[in-house]
Ligand binder design. Structure first.
Ligand SMILES: Nc1nc2c(c(=O)[nH]1)N[C@H]1C(S)=C(S)[C@@H](COP(=O)(O)OP(=O)(O)OC[C@H]3O[C@@H](n4cnc5c(N)ncnc54)[C@H](O)[C@@H]3O)O[C@H]1N2
Ligand code: MOO
Length: 418
């Protein structure tokens, strides 16, 4: 399957991983922190480590619904132990009287003196309220020990950690009510193109409904960014320069789509060079080739960074995920993360991408018990259908054909949502 485009080998393209490293290197964290209630901090990035307030677990407690006992008492009472105590979750730490055992529930404090918990499935209760156990019981069985996960004062999450659902739960479990987080990143979004129209506007031949704008707004919102929406902009250098000058003030990053290729209607690069400077332009990736990083303002240090994503929507998506996202994370104070990849077998053949790495939109088929990558649909960089269905990308090195049954690097899409 191919998009029918002629393959052009462009000299001087930056290697994908080199471009990613340049993005990481260029991304300085923004200053400014705020104190937020934990419940309002989902998706935000910690600006200071979060410390354990308690030993976790706070007390020895039961991992099972069952019976807490002393192993010595059990060994000494072949006809069973009387149930002399009942410990529900929420009870304080009791004492287990010698010669008896305690009915206990998951999470309830193990009474002092008990050295094992037996799950109720392994217990027989006779008519006299005595409990007998089948099988061996190991010392410490089914007891979650105080402090086995962390101790009071330990670092639970370092500065730079994103507060995902599990992180929120971890801090909530320590009774933490408020956290210090980096302020939201302000991103100015500029879509370019005379052809772009918005939903509700009448379509005419040649017009294109703006799909990258809504896509990028969704992606930015998913990263907790504040979006200043400044598009669509007409394809003239004057219109673009005016919008970029406005975008520069008050944004931590300007994200542009379209107009970044080499035609005379593509003004991003020349305007960027006039209003600031260019770090790089052109990456050996397919889709996503004409991606640019630069800055608006007097210098890289004092200016506002700009990432120019290609106009084709799938090129924009891939450029965002592999290159813009690590930059956004760096600006948010998150540490760089490696691109997650693992080997997966291709279930199709395909001609070699010329001169650049190709990121094929694939789904993983598990029907044979091991994953096999299949094309998710048409691979043109204007074809959003496959991108919307794909589980991830099969990464094909430049000038390497895809052969069915051979193994290639698979890059899961879920990593870009974190
Ligand atoms: N002679 C060459 N032409 C092109 C090259 C090249 O190397 N030499 N590279 C091609 C590649 S690869 C890509 S990717 C595109 C990117 O071009 P631009 O970034 O300049 O994007 P535009 O020309 O403005 O638009 C391209 C395409 O995408 C549609 N588009 C743009 N914005 C949106 C949007 N917000 N929503 C939906 N669709 C959008 C636009 O209508 C065009 O069809 O350049 C190739 N050309
Ligand atoms: O091949 Mo472009 O990079 O269409 O995205």
């Amino acid at each position: 399957m191919n998009c029918g485009c002629a393959e052009i080998v462009t000299p001087g393209l930056l290697d994908l991983f080199e471009a990613r490293a340049r993005m990481v290197e260029a991304a300085r964290p923004v200053s400014g922190v705020e104190r937020l209630a934990l419940v309002d901090a989902a998706g935000r990035v910690l600006a200071a480590p979060a410390l354990a307030t308690l030993d976790m677990p706070g007390v020895d407690n039961s991992a099972m619904d069952g019976y807490a006992l002393r192993l010595d008492d059990l060994a000494a009472a072949p006809s069973g132990l009387p149930v002399t105590l009942r410990v529900p979750a929420g009870a304080g730490v009791a004492h287990l009287p010698a010669g008896g055992c305690a009915r206990i529930f998951t999470g309830a404090p193990v009474p002092r003196g008990a050295d094992a918990v037996v799950p109720q499935e392994r217990v027989h209760l006779d008519g006299k309220g005595r409990m007998r156990v089948s099988g061996e019981v190991a010392p410490g069985a089914n007891i979650r020990r105080r402090g086995e996960e962390s101790r009071a004062g330990d670092v639970l999450l370092g500065a730079g950690s994103r507060l995902n659902a599990a992180a929120i739960a971890l801090l909530a479990g320590h009774g933490i009510e408020a956290v210090t987080v980096h302020r939201r990143l302000r991103v100015a979004l500029v879509t370019t193109g005379d052809e772009l129209i918005a939903p509700g506007q009448a379509w005419r031949p040649g017009a294109v409904y703006d799909s990258s704008g809504p896509m990028l707004r969704t992606l930015l919102a998913g990263q907790g960014c504040e979006v200043l929406d400044l598009g669509p902009v007409l394809d003239t250098p004057e219109a673009l320069a005016a919008v970029l000058a406005e975008a520069r003030d008050g944004a931590d990053l300007v994200l542009c789509t379209g107009g970044v290729s080499v035609g005379e209607e593509d003004h991003v690069r020349p305007v960027l060079e006039r209003l600031g400077g260019l770090d790089f332009h052109g990456v050996a990736m397919k889709p996503g080739k004409p991606l640019a990083l630069g800055w608006l303002g007097p210098s890289r240090e004092a200016g506002t960074p700009l990432i120019g994503l290609p106009g084709n929507p799938v090129a924009s998506l891939v450029g965002w995920q592999l290159l813009a996202l690590p930059f956004v994370h760096g600006r948010q104070g998150r540490p760089p993360a490696p691109l997650q990849r693992f080997p997966v077998t291709a279930g199709f053949t395909r001609r070699a991408p010329r001169g650049r790495r190709e990121l094929l939109r694939v789904v993983l088929d598990w029907t044979g018990g091991a994953p096999v990558a299949r094309l998710a649909g048409g691979q043109g960089s204007h074809m959003l259908g496959a991108a919307s269905q794909a589980h991830g990308y099969l990464i094909i090195d430049a000038d390497t054909p895809v052969e069915e049954g051979h193994v290639y690097g698979y890059c899961p899409g879920a990593q870009f949502l974190d």
